[in-house]
Design a binder for this molecule. Structure first.
Ligand code: PLP
Length: 300
């Protein structure tokens, strides 16, 4: 049996007994704790891709992402642990100052190739990535790990925790691969996804493309908590993240999980989730993203 991530800690579930005056059961699957740099859902989304790459005797993983992409770092680290080479195709011209993300990825041995926005959109593989002009040794993982193997990795993870009498499973949504894995692993829980991007009109159909037909009706996207769009934030969000940390000891990031917990809070406040609910929220990690905030913004 393949165990691709030997240095990953098994994830644990924390129960938050009092969530800012609500007494609804809120359990948090702490994927943020599984690895100091490469935390979160990305490991699990990658696991089936990597197994497939190895089966096909590929030596190099190649994937796509922006300069702040958690998926890029995770792919770099996973490749290193598995003895594979990695190449990251990064959206846009090379920045003068590399982000933490790019530095981390490079420290795991990833070759970074910068791609103009037009080329990036087409997901062309630059000539510089090829080995003697050939793609034979390269295994391509789609941007964000989106695809059936990505969802299957999350589903396999969730089978360790379900069924367990939850009424709701909740996650932040980027590509929706994680949400799709939750839906496929669900028994009769309702699955709620909180998109962190604004106006991605194809998101629901992209998620449904990864979801077993009879389970599609269990899933809902809750659109009102993106705070203006990807990596956008407001003082209210930051203040919520600090209060949430004070109340629970759980740190969140402003791009994904801060918005998700804020959404849960608001939905409980307005009765959109009944107080009798029993919630499992997925802490998808991403805490490294907070490094771009000015010092002192967060109390953790
Ligand atoms: C990438 C990421 C997500 C989104 O996962 P998808 O499967 O693309 O929806 C959520 N949270 C964090 C912290 C992430 O890094």
């Amino acid at each position: 049996m393949l165990n691709p991530f030997l240095s990953i800690l098994p994830p644990r579930v924390d129960t938050v007994s009092s969530f800012l005056n609500f007494h609804t059961r809120l359990d948090v699957l702490r994927l943020d704790l599984v690895h100091p740099v490469v935390s979160g859902n990305k490991w699990y989304k990658l696991s089936h891709y990597i197994a497939d790459a190895k089966k096909k005797n590929k030596t190099t993983l190649l994937t796509f992402g922006g300069a702040y992409s958690n998926h890029i770092v995770a792919t770099a680290a996973a490749a290193k642990m598995e003895g594979l080479n990695s190449i990251g195709i990064i959206r846009g011209e090379e920045p003068v100052q590399w982000s933490h993300t790019l530095k981390n990825a490079a420290s795991y041995g990833m070759r970074l190739l910068f791609s103009s926005r037009a080329d990036y959109r087409l997901k062309t593989i630059p000539g510089a990535a090829l080995n003697n002009g050939s793609t034979e040794s390269i295994f391509v993982i789609p941007e964000g790990g989106y695809g059936p193997p990505g969802a299957a990795g999350i589903e396999a993870l969730m089978r360790n925790f379900l069924p367990a009498n939850y009424s709701h499973l909740i996650t932040a949504v980027g590509t929706g691969t994680t949400a799709a894995g939750l839906v496929n692993a669900s028994c009769d829980e309702q699955v709620l996804g909180i998109p962190v991007l604004k106006n991605n009109n194809s998101l629901l159909s992209e998620i449904n493309a990864l979801v077993t037909a009879e389970k599609q009706s269990r899933f809902q996207l809750i659109e009102d908590f993106h705070f203006g769009g990807y990596a956008k934030k407001t003082p209210e969000l930051i203040s919520f993240m600090n209060s949430f940390y004070e109340a629970t000891g759980i740190p969140t990031d402003f791009v994904y999980t801060g918005k998700m917990f804020f959404a849960i809070y608001e939905m409980l406040k307005f009765g959109l989730i009944p107080s009798s609910a029993s919630i499992l929220a997925i802490h998808t990690g991403g805490l490294q993203g907070n490094a771009s905030l000015p010092k002192g913004t967060l109390i953790f």
